[in-house]
Design a protein around this ligand. Structure first.
Ligand SMILES: Nc1ncnc2c1ncn2[C@@H]1O[C@H](COP(=O)(O)OP(=O)(O)OP(=O)(O)O)[C@@H](O)[C@H]1O
Length: 242
Protein backbone atom coordinates (compact mmCIF):
# COMPACT_ATOMS: atom_id res chain seq x y z
CA UNK A 1 0.00 0.00 0.00
CA UNK A 2 1.20 3.51 -0.77
CA UNK A 3 1.94 5.57 2.32
CA UNK A 4 0.12 8.80 1.53
CA UNK A 5 2.33 10.79 3.93
CA UNK A 6 5.43 9.57 2.11
CA UNK A 7 3.77 10.57 -1.15
CA UNK A 8 3.00 14.01 0.22
CA UNK A 9 6.70 14.32 1.02
CA UNK A 10 7.57 13.45 -2.57
CA UNK A 11 5.08 16.00 -3.89
CA UNK A 12 6.54 18.63 -1.59
CA UNK A 13 10.03 17.87 -2.80
CA UNK A 14 8.79 18.22 -6.36
CA UNK A 15 8.21 21.89 -5.66
CA UNK A 16 4.68 22.31 -4.28
CA UNK A 17 4.39 25.73 -2.68
CA UNK A 18 4.31 25.92 1.10
CA UNK A 19 1.80 28.74 0.97
CA UNK A 20 -0.44 29.71 -1.90
CA UNK A 21 -3.14 32.27 -2.62
CA UNK A 22 -5.37 31.59 -5.64
CA UNK A 23 -7.90 34.10 -6.93
CA UNK A 24 -7.97 35.89 -3.58
CA UNK A 25 -10.20 38.95 -3.28
CA UNK A 26 -10.90 41.12 -0.26
CA UNK A 27 -13.02 44.26 0.12
CA UNK A 28 -13.57 46.58 3.07
CA UNK A 29 -17.03 48.00 2.44
CA UNK A 30 -16.80 49.61 -0.98
CA UNK A 31 -12.99 49.55 -1.04
CA UNK A 32 -11.76 46.64 -3.11
CA UNK A 33 -8.42 46.30 -1.36
CA UNK A 34 -7.44 43.10 -3.16
CA UNK A 35 -9.03 42.41 -6.54
CA UNK A 36 -7.00 39.46 -7.69
CA UNK A 37 -4.11 37.79 -5.91
CA UNK A 38 -2.35 34.66 -7.10
CA UNK A 39 0.82 34.05 -5.14
CA UNK A 40 2.99 31.05 -4.40
CA UNK A 41 5.56 30.96 -1.62
CA UNK A 42 8.04 28.10 -1.36
CA UNK A 43 9.91 26.96 1.74
CA UNK A 44 13.02 29.03 2.39
CA UNK A 45 12.12 31.80 -0.07
CA UNK A 46 12.35 35.47 0.84
CA UNK A 47 9.62 37.20 -1.11
CA UNK A 48 9.47 40.99 -1.15
CA UNK A 49 5.99 42.43 -1.66
CA UNK A 50 6.24 45.89 -3.20
CA UNK A 51 3.83 48.43 -4.63
CA UNK A 52 2.43 51.92 -4.06
CA UNK A 53 0.80 53.00 -0.81
CA UNK A 54 -2.74 51.66 -0.54
CA UNK A 55 -2.25 49.10 -3.31
CA UNK A 56 -3.18 46.15 -1.07
CA UNK A 57 0.17 44.81 0.19
CA UNK A 58 -0.82 44.53 3.86
CA UNK A 59 -4.21 43.09 2.94
CA UNK A 60 -2.45 40.41 0.90
CA UNK A 61 -0.09 39.63 3.79
CA UNK A 62 -3.00 39.44 6.25
CA UNK A 63 -4.93 37.08 3.94
CA UNK A 64 -1.87 34.83 3.49
CA UNK A 65 -1.29 34.77 7.26
CA UNK A 66 -4.87 33.89 8.19
CA UNK A 67 -5.42 37.22 9.95
CA UNK A 68 -8.07 38.18 7.39
CA UNK A 69 -10.40 35.78 5.61
CA UNK A 70 -10.70 36.52 1.87
CA UNK A 71 -14.14 37.17 0.35
CA UNK A 72 -13.25 34.89 -2.54
CA UNK A 73 -10.45 32.54 -3.49
CA UNK A 74 -8.33 30.06 -1.59
CA UNK A 75 -5.35 30.30 0.74
CA UNK A 76 -3.59 26.97 1.11
CA UNK A 77 -0.82 26.40 3.65
CA UNK A 78 0.91 23.03 3.79
CA UNK A 79 -2.07 21.37 2.09
CA UNK A 80 -4.65 23.03 4.37
CA UNK A 81 -7.32 25.56 3.33
CA UNK A 82 -6.55 28.42 5.73
CA UNK A 83 -9.59 30.39 4.54
CA UNK A 84 -11.87 27.56 5.68
CA UNK A 85 -10.49 27.38 9.23
CA UNK A 86 -12.43 29.09 12.00
CA UNK A 87 -10.93 31.95 14.03
CA UNK A 88 -9.64 29.65 16.77
CA UNK A 89 -7.95 27.30 14.29
CA UNK A 90 -6.39 30.19 12.39
CA UNK A 91 -5.12 31.66 15.63
CA UNK A 92 -3.57 28.29 16.59
CA UNK A 93 -1.94 28.03 13.14
CA UNK A 94 -0.49 31.54 13.49
CA UNK A 95 0.97 30.67 16.91
CA UNK A 96 2.57 27.39 15.82
CA UNK A 97 3.60 27.82 12.19
CA UNK A 98 3.89 31.55 11.53
CA UNK A 99 5.96 34.38 12.97
CA UNK A 100 5.22 38.10 12.69
CA UNK A 101 7.39 41.19 12.63
CA UNK A 102 5.82 44.62 12.24
CA UNK A 103 7.08 48.16 12.05
CA UNK A 104 6.25 49.51 15.51
CA UNK A 105 5.26 48.75 19.05
CA UNK A 106 5.47 45.01 19.02
CA UNK A 107 7.34 44.40 22.26
CA UNK A 108 5.50 44.40 25.57
CA UNK A 109 6.90 47.23 27.68
CA UNK A 110 6.31 45.56 31.02
CA UNK A 111 8.36 42.48 30.08
CA UNK A 112 12.14 42.25 29.72
CA UNK A 113 13.74 41.61 26.33
CA UNK A 114 14.27 37.96 27.34
CA UNK A 115 10.66 37.55 28.50
CA UNK A 116 9.39 39.10 25.28
CA UNK A 117 11.23 36.45 23.24
CA UNK A 118 10.06 33.66 25.58
CA UNK A 119 6.41 34.75 25.46
CA UNK A 120 5.28 32.91 22.28
CA UNK A 121 6.92 29.74 23.58
CA UNK A 122 5.03 30.06 26.88
CA UNK A 123 1.80 30.65 24.92
CA UNK A 124 2.51 27.44 23.01
CA UNK A 125 2.76 25.52 26.30
CA UNK A 126 6.54 25.30 26.66
CA UNK A 127 7.57 25.17 30.34
CA UNK A 128 9.01 28.40 31.75
CA UNK A 129 12.61 27.19 32.29
CA UNK A 130 12.80 25.69 28.82
CA UNK A 131 11.18 28.76 27.24
CA UNK A 132 13.67 31.09 28.94
CA UNK A 133 16.62 28.92 27.88
CA UNK A 134 15.48 28.83 24.27
CA UNK A 135 14.77 32.56 24.30
CA UNK A 136 18.31 33.11 25.60
CA UNK A 137 19.71 31.13 22.69
CA UNK A 138 17.80 33.27 20.22
CA UNK A 139 19.08 36.43 21.91
CA UNK A 140 22.57 35.02 21.54
CA UNK A 141 21.98 34.36 17.83
CA UNK A 142 20.97 37.97 17.28
CA UNK A 143 23.76 39.42 19.44
CA UNK A 144 21.38 40.61 22.14
CA UNK A 145 22.24 38.40 25.09
CA UNK A 146 23.69 41.29 27.12
CA UNK A 147 20.35 43.10 26.87
CA UNK A 148 18.12 40.27 28.09
CA UNK A 149 17.22 41.94 31.40
CA UNK A 150 16.44 45.34 29.94
CA UNK A 151 12.97 46.58 29.11
CA UNK A 152 12.19 47.49 25.49
CA UNK A 153 12.43 51.26 26.18
CA UNK A 154 16.01 50.73 27.38
CA UNK A 155 17.29 49.41 24.02
CA UNK A 156 17.82 51.08 20.63
CA UNK A 157 15.29 50.87 17.78
CA UNK A 158 17.50 48.40 15.91
CA UNK A 159 17.94 46.24 19.01
CA UNK A 160 14.17 46.31 19.59
CA UNK A 161 13.55 45.15 16.01
CA UNK A 162 16.12 42.37 16.36
CA UNK A 163 14.35 41.34 19.58
CA UNK A 164 11.06 41.23 17.68
CA UNK A 165 12.71 39.07 15.02
CA UNK A 166 14.20 36.76 17.67
CA UNK A 167 10.70 36.45 19.14
CA UNK A 168 9.25 35.63 15.71
CA UNK A 169 11.92 32.93 15.21
CA UNK A 170 11.54 31.46 18.71
CA UNK A 171 8.68 29.09 17.89
CA UNK A 172 10.57 27.76 14.82
CA UNK A 173 7.92 28.95 12.36
CA UNK A 174 7.79 27.88 8.72
CA UNK A 175 6.86 31.36 7.51
CA UNK A 176 7.59 34.82 8.91
CA UNK A 177 5.39 37.70 7.79
CA UNK A 178 7.17 41.02 8.04
CA UNK A 179 5.34 44.29 7.30
CA UNK A 180 7.87 47.11 6.86
CA UNK A 181 10.04 45.54 9.59
CA UNK A 182 12.75 48.18 9.28
CA UNK A 183 10.45 51.08 8.39
CA UNK A 184 10.99 52.79 11.75
CA UNK A 185 14.80 52.61 11.56
CA UNK A 186 17.30 54.79 9.79
CA UNK A 187 18.69 53.29 6.64
CA UNK A 188 21.97 51.89 7.99
CA UNK A 189 20.37 50.36 11.11
CA UNK A 190 17.55 48.96 8.99
CA UNK A 191 19.86 47.19 6.57
CA UNK A 192 21.90 45.75 9.45
CA UNK A 193 18.75 44.32 11.05
CA UNK A 194 17.64 42.95 7.70
CA UNK A 195 20.98 41.32 7.13
CA UNK A 196 20.80 39.27 10.34
CA UNK A 197 17.08 38.57 9.83
CA UNK A 198 17.45 37.14 6.31
CA UNK A 199 20.62 35.16 7.00
CA UNK A 200 19.25 33.55 10.18
CA UNK A 201 15.90 32.80 8.51
CA UNK A 202 17.62 31.23 5.49
CA UNK A 203 19.88 29.09 7.63
CA UNK A 204 16.73 27.72 9.31
CA UNK A 205 14.83 27.25 6.03
CA UNK A 206 12.14 29.77 7.02
CA UNK A 207 10.20 31.54 4.26
CA UNK A 208 9.81 35.30 4.68
CA UNK A 209 7.04 37.40 3.19
CA UNK A 210 8.42 40.91 3.40
CA UNK A 211 6.25 43.95 2.68
CA UNK A 212 8.39 46.98 1.85
CA UNK A 213 8.43 50.28 -0.03
CA UNK A 214 12.19 50.30 -0.34
CA UNK A 215 14.07 48.67 -3.18
CA UNK A 216 17.16 48.47 -0.93
CA UNK A 217 15.15 46.27 1.43
CA UNK A 218 13.74 44.23 -1.46
CA UNK A 219 17.31 43.57 -2.58
CA UNK A 220 17.56 41.12 0.35
CA UNK A 221 14.75 39.03 -1.13
CA UNK A 222 15.12 36.08 -3.45
CA UNK A 223 12.07 37.26 -5.42
CA UNK A 224 9.84 40.32 -5.68
CA UNK A 225 6.13 40.51 -6.35
CA UNK A 226 4.40 43.78 -7.11
CA UNK A 227 0.87 44.73 -6.03
CA UNK A 228 -0.80 47.50 -8.05
CA UNK A 229 -4.32 48.71 -7.41
CA UNK A 230 -5.26 45.46 -5.67
CA UNK A 231 -3.83 43.19 -8.34
CA UNK A 232 -0.69 41.11 -7.97
CA UNK A 233 1.30 41.81 -11.10
CA UNK A 234 3.54 39.41 -12.95
CA UNK A 235 6.62 38.51 -10.89
CA UNK A 236 9.70 40.54 -11.75
CA UNK A 237 11.94 37.50 -11.43
CA UNK A 238 11.51 34.64 -13.87
CA UNK A 239 10.16 31.57 -12.11
CA UNK A 240 11.58 28.19 -13.03
CA UNK A 241 9.37 26.44 -15.58
CA UNK A 242 7.75 23.25 -14.38
N1 LIG B 1 -9.53 47.53 7.90
C1 LIG B 1 -9.77 48.31 6.81
N2 LIG B 1 -10.93 48.95 6.69
C2 LIG B 1 -11.20 49.71 5.60
N3 LIG B 1 -10.33 49.89 4.58
C3 LIG B 1 -9.15 49.27 4.66
C4 LIG B 1 -8.81 48.45 5.78
N4 LIG B 1 -7.56 47.97 5.58
C5 LIG B 1 -7.16 48.46 4.40
N5 LIG B 1 -8.11 49.23 3.84
C6 LIG B 1 -8.03 49.92 2.53
O1 LIG B 1 -7.67 48.94 1.57
C7 LIG B 1 -6.73 49.46 0.63
C8 LIG B 1 -5.45 48.64 0.68
O2 LIG B 1 -4.84 48.82 1.96
P1 LIG B 1 -3.47 48.11 2.38
O3 LIG B 1 -3.20 48.50 3.78
O4 LIG B 1 -3.59 46.67 2.05
O5 LIG B 1 -2.47 48.80 1.38
P2 LIG B 1 -0.86 48.85 1.44
O6 LIG B 1 -0.40 48.63 0.04
O7 LIG B 1 -0.37 47.93 2.49
O8 LIG B 1 -0.63 50.36 1.87
P3 LIG B 1 0.63 51.04 2.63
O9 LIG B 1 1.82 50.80 1.76
O10 LIG B 1 0.25 52.48 2.67
O11 LIG B 1 0.72 50.40 3.98
C9 LIG B 1 -6.54 50.92 1.01
O12 LIG B 1 -7.41 51.70 0.22
C10 LIG B 1 -6.94 50.96 2.47
O13 LIG B 1 -7.42 52.22 2.82
Amino acid sequence: MIDSRALEGVIEDAGAPLLQASGVRKAFGKTRALKQADVQIHAGEIVAVMGPSGSGKSTLLHCLAGILVPDEGAVVYDGRRVDRLDEEQRSALRRTDFGFVFQFGQLLGELTVLENVALPLLLNGVKRGEAMARAGQWLETFGLIELGRRRPHEVSGGQAQRTAIARAMATSPKVIFADEPTGSLDSAAGLLVLDSFTSVAQSHGVAIVLVTHESRVAAYATRTIVVRDGVVATPTAVEPSR
